[in-house]
Design a binder for this molecule. Structure first.
Ligand code: ATR
Length: 270
């Protein structure tokens, strides 16, 4: 029988995760079946139990279940604990374990694949939702000079900044989008309206000379954020496809015990 994994989400039909994990498995001819499972909004726990009863070994979790999944775990990693959310689950006997590989995926794509630097750089993060909470820990571990979180609802950015300021070597500041000022070397977009919607209005001049811009979402076309950053003179821009593949590789390694090669899988998806 194939080793069974899945991604839980709602909706989940659009997910590329099965393609990614099947491509990883093929690198060592492993027999792996990775499904999309749309959990009912009101019954994630039931869907999780049904999956385990079907012989499921591990799962990814996407919107809107990452926080609920966290709550179901018997043990979580430190980075998942910081995020208050998990995107990767696996069982050890009856024990359900959780990790959050999103931040590691983001940092790996930015620092290794794109060869951009975070260390010693001024970082601006747009948005203060679950996606930001999920990546702040690994981002701060790269030792940026500072991280400013700017969000439509200023209070959410302030709360998040305070949470991550504790124990961080870099200053973490939170504020609204209105009146945002300063210059930044790395701008990361995690505003969920980013893919289809418009970019919120931002002042000119936020990008320092040589600044780079990363959108955590991906699409066939450059996102509104990527177009905005280019118009603002960004030296380089990227969407989040690499983050998707790298967070998957991190999960795959937890489950299967070896690290797949991500470059050919990224090329296949493009
Ligand atoms: P995610 O898991 O993608 O982070 P989320 O937790 O719902 O999803 O967070 C969505 C983020 O996108 C929030 O930062 C939200 O801003 P608010 O906290 O003010 O709601 C931001 N966002 C969504 N639509 C937006 C828009 N039209 N303009 C500005 N920010 C927007």
């Amino acid at each position: 029988m194939s080793a069974l994994y899945c991604v839980f989400g709602n909706p989940v039909a659009h997910s590329r995760s099965p393609d990614i994990h099947h491509a990883f498995a093929k690198q060592k001819e492993e027999d792996l079946c990775y499904e999309k499972r749309e959990a009912p909004l009101a019954d994630f726990v039931g869907a999780l139990q049904a999956f385990r009863a079907d012989g499921g070994l591990g799962a990814n979790v996407t919107v809107p279940f990452k926080e609920q999944a966290f709550g179901q775990c018997d043990a979580v990693t430190e980075r998942a604990n910081q995020a208050g959310a998990v995107n990767t689950l696996w069982w050890d006997g009856d024990q359900l374990n959780g990790d959050n590989t999103d931040g590691a995926g983001l940092v790996k794509d930015i620092c290794d694949n794109l060869a951009w630097q975070i260390q010693g750089k001024r970082v601006l993060v747009l948005g203060a939702g679950g996606a930001v909470r999920g990546v702040m820990g690994p981002l701060l571990a790269e030792k940026p000079t500072l991280v400013r979180i700017a969000n439509r609802t200023a209070e959410k950015a302030e709360i998040l900044a305070r949470q991550f300021m504790d124990g961080s070597n870099s200053p973490v500041l939170g504020s609204g989008l209105e009146g945002l000022s300063g210059q930044f070397d790395v701008v990361i977009n995690a505003i969920s309206a980013g893919l289809h919607g418009e970019m919120p209005a931002l002042p000119d001049g936020l990008l320092a000379d040589g600044a780079v811009a990363y959108d955590m979402v991906y699409g066939k076309e450059p996102t509104p954020f990527m177009r905005w950053a280019e118009a603002q003179g960004a030296a380089a821009v990227s969407d989040g496809l690499g983050m998707l593949v790298e967070q998957a590789a991190e999960a795959f390694e937890i489950w299967r015990g070896w690290r797949p090669d991500t470059a050919p899988v990224m090329a296949m998806l493009r």
